[in-house]
Design a protein around this ligand. Structure first.
Ligand SMILES: Nc1ncnc2c1ncn2[C@@H]1O[C@H](COP(=O)(O)OP(=O)(O)OP(=O)(O)O)[C@@H](O)[C@H]1O
Ligand SMILES: [Zn+2]
Length: 443
């Protein structure tokens, strides 16, 4: 008996000590960052007055009553971290740098690709292959060399986010995945920073400000992540460039208003932009949840977690390779090439969307989008039956852009059809373009 209660006291004490050491570590980090900030402020204070050149340059915004000379000084003293230098981050950075925000941080792990250029307006054809932070840094410096620009050419993760975020006053979420949204939400709560969160997809966009005044946090609104297969992004669903321009510019506006201490920010409100019929709507958000897991009174989450695991999806779409199938259920692009050259009957199903299929596809493939595959299993079955007159057991091969949805398609078909000759193509059409046909478009 005594042993049991001693064990539980020991366990409780160990837990408390772990919690307190964690708090101690956080407080030590906060202390260091405050000391650094104080030192920087002392340096900046001496350098804080606006120069004649500053006054000329920013005169059109200084004469606004809501900015004024004091407001412009505040902007000069402030810092904004832009996470994601893509469709939203590029326009946001342009406006913040041109407005004279003293220090801008850019975080991105990715390199510029040609398919980014229709919306990521800081990057040009010459930058393809360059890190996005590098490409953006070069352009922003041309625009305003009085602004300090810091490059963080890395993925924001649970390991580095607090230490990066602490160096800035306001954070912009200009990323494109759910795992990073939760990571940024929790990091900004722990580091006590306002978070201007934007998103743009197809012809629509959204914008709000979390963790500012009494706004709810992202988790208050979405305590649980959506199912991984219900999440879309620009690369799977597309986006019109100006939609990103509108939302990115508004993110910059919200950041400026937060710095200037203006009251009417989007804190506790969400702006919905429909670019299809060109309408803006603003909805009032629910209040902060007192039992929220991270910003509530008794939070369950007291330090950053593994967000990819929590969301069941990756935060880095360049490492999107997933293995849902056994090696024996997959074929390589070389094997597909040989199969196509042989006389062996087979059915090649392209499970991408129709606009993607129209953009580029392999000849003699059948386009059935992954979402409608289940209700089209009869059509697949009938085609296979017809092929049987040309040889036994025709193979069914599923292909997609990069080899993820094709694996899901194989699992789906296997659960519906009796044949086991169903395979997917490893690496999908990207691998085909890289290894078999260099003229096949990569997008
Ligand atoms: N955790 C993260 N850390 C750093 N950068 C991130 C993180 N998550 C997303 N990003 C960056 O955010 C940016 C979002 O840009 P955007 O939505 O325009 O899409 P993209 O990834 O560039 O393009 P596409 O989705 O079409 O391939 C990307 O540059 C991406 O690399
Ligand atoms: Zn919350």
């Amino acid at each position: 008996m005594y042993g049991d209660s001693a064990d539980s006291t020991i366990h409780q004490l160990e837990e408390e000590i772990e919690f307190l050491s964690h708090q101690l570590k956080e407080k030590q980090e906060l202390l260091i960052s405050l000391k650094q900030k104080k030192q920087n402020n002392a340096l900046e204070c001496r350098n804080n007055d606006l120069s004649t050149a500053d006054i000329s340059r920013y005169s059109r915004q200084i004469i606004l009553p809501s900015v004024g000379l004091d407001g412009q000084k505040k902007l000069k003293r402030s810092s904004v971290l832009i996470v994601g230098v893509g469709g939203l981050g590029c326009p946001a950075a342009l406006y913040l740098v041109s407005a004279g925000v003293g220090h801008i941080g850019l975080v991105d792990y990715d390199d510029v690709e040609i398919n980014n250029l229709h919306r990521q307006i800081l990057h040009t054809e010459n930058d393809v292959g360059l890190p996005k932070t590098e490409s953006a840094f070069n352009k922003l410096l041309l625009l305003n060399r009085n602004v300090k620009i810091s490059k963080h050419n890395c993925q924001l993760t649970s390991e580095n986010s607090i230490s990066i975020i602490r160096q800035y006053d306001v954070v912009l979420d200009a990323t494109d995945n759910v795992a990073t949204r939760y990571l940024l939400n929790d990091s900004c709560i722990f580091a006590r920073k306002p978070l201007v969160s934007g998103s743009a997809l197809q012809t629509e966009g959204q914008l709000t400000v979390y963790n500012h005044l009494s706004s709810p946090c992202y988790r208050c609104l979405y305590p649980q992540p959506p199912p991984a297969n219900a999440v879309n992004n620009c690369s799977s669903s597309g986006v019109l460039g100006p939609i990103c321009g509108v939302i990115g510019a508004l993110q910059a506006l919200e950041a400026i208003k937060i710095i200037l201490n203006l009251e009417e920010t989007l804190s506790s409100r969400m702006l919905l932009f429909d670019g299809y019929d060109t309408t803006f709507r603003c909805i009032k958000l629910r209040k902060r949840k007192l039992d929220c897991d991270v910003c509530g009174i008794n939070p369950k989450i007291k330090s950053l977690i593994d967000y990819e695991q929590f969301c069941g999806s990756v935060a880095n779409d360049k490492n999107a390779s997933v293995n849902l199938l056994d090696k024996t259920e997959r074929i390589t692009v070389e094997e597909l090439n040989q199969l196509r050259a042989s006389q062996q009957p087979h059915l090649l199903i392209d499970v991408r969307t129709n606009p993607e299929y129209e953009m580029c596809h392999l000849s003699n493939s059948l386009n059935i989008h992954i979402n409608s595959l289940e209700k089209n299993t009869n059509c697949v079955l009938e085609t296979v039956e017809k092929l049987k007159q040309f040889g036994d057991d025709p193979k069914i091969i599923c292909i997609c852009r990069r080899g993820r949805d094709s694996q899901i398609a194989v699992n789906m078909l296997k659960s519906k059809l009796s044949t086991k000759s169903i395979f997917d193509v490893e690496g999908g059409l990207h691998a085909w373009a890289a290894q078999i046909d260099n003229n096949f478009p990569i997008y």
